[in-house]
Ligand binder design. Sequence first.
Ligand code: NAD
Length: 416
Amino acid sequence: MTENLNPFAIAQAQLDEAAEVLQLEPAMHRFLREPLREFHFSIPVRMDNGQTETFRGYRVQYNDARGPAKGGIRFHPDETIDTVRALAAWMTWKTAVADLPLGGGKGGVICNPRQLSVSELERVSRGYIRAVTRFVGLTQDVPAPDVHTNPQIMAWMLDEYEILVGHHEAGVITGKPQELGGSAGRSAATAMGGIFAIREAARVQGIPLAGSTCAIQGYGNVGSHAHRLAHEVSDLKVVAVSDEFGGIYNPNGLDPAVVQNHLREARTVKDCPDSEFISNSELLELDVDVLVPAAIENQITSKNADLIKAKIIAELANGPTTPRADKVLFDKGIYLIPDFLCNAGGVTVSYFEMVQNAYQFRWDESLVNQRLDNKITTAFQAVQKMAQSKQIENRVAAYLVAVARVAEAVRLRGWV
Ligand code: NAD
């Protein structure tokens, strides 16, 4: 039977497994399997050539029982409503496992940012916010960046929102530039949280991190910071990195500064000095201590799971591993740090950004990272304890912790 790679079907299958272990009552299970609400809309945009192009946009508020929905906005040519639903579900479990007073949401626009001029990109971003202004807000739903969106896009979106509502409301969007109320440490936060989680996993596994080898798939916001921080914070030797065009390998380690310089010029890591070519599939199968998928969904599937040799997999990407691959990795004894725990650093510092905006007071980067470390380490330990006590996969354990918290909030509100 071919493997179902629809991300929302995968998110639902993961929940089903956890619901069974939790013995969740059927009505609650049915309620948590579907998004609370979703918005589908068109964004008409005047292009530079004078023609009008219509882009399709989505915002899904999966569950807001624990607080306002929270989640990024993706600009991607292959965006689908099911991808947005899955990511919104994972955000719900992520804010719960990190014990943030937030729910889960996600947004997306079907577009190819590489084919848009800067002014077209600005008009798509402002158009998106015009379409969702009535549904988002500090107390309703707080967007942030994700794949192919960045602090500049958040700045345009904040500006459009504030023009429409007629007052300043910095906390309505996070991942902003620091000049507009963004938090210190936000751009590196997802990777930093992952580095803290890898440290904890290595401790559990008795692997000394200094000098251990690491491969990173994806070299965008998350992957490039992960490379730098692996080098600076944990002394891991990163021997391979990649992007959508292919990868690079050096058994003696890749210098993050050299790769960054090359990326700035070439717009890909490929052909970087002091490295040899490696394909994305070869990178995933390298004999390294730590493998970090930091690109897109469905990279470790039933087709290649058996070929993975890493001791620890740190899922910085959302949904990189399919349920069938999960079983194979578990049977092989690979220690997996599941996505919504491993990459919770981004939303945690986004929450810190909301807190700082509310108080109009800035924390410095060391305080942000210290509080992030506390949050990630506490979440990691709750999941590790659950996995050990029930002898289950870490992903199922993370679901048990998160779903129990969301279900309790739903129950207390009297929804189910
Ligand atoms: P990004 O757009 O900045 O970078 C994505 C990278 O992945 C790019 O280098 C791209 O070339 C590469 N890529 C795309 N398709 C690929 C493929 N088929 N094979 C190999 N590489 C490929 O995105 P990002 O913000 O770094 O996000 C990466 C992942 O992390 C996504 O799954 C995202 O949902 C997740 N994530 C991001 C954040 C955040 O704060 N940015 C937070 C949590 C989770």
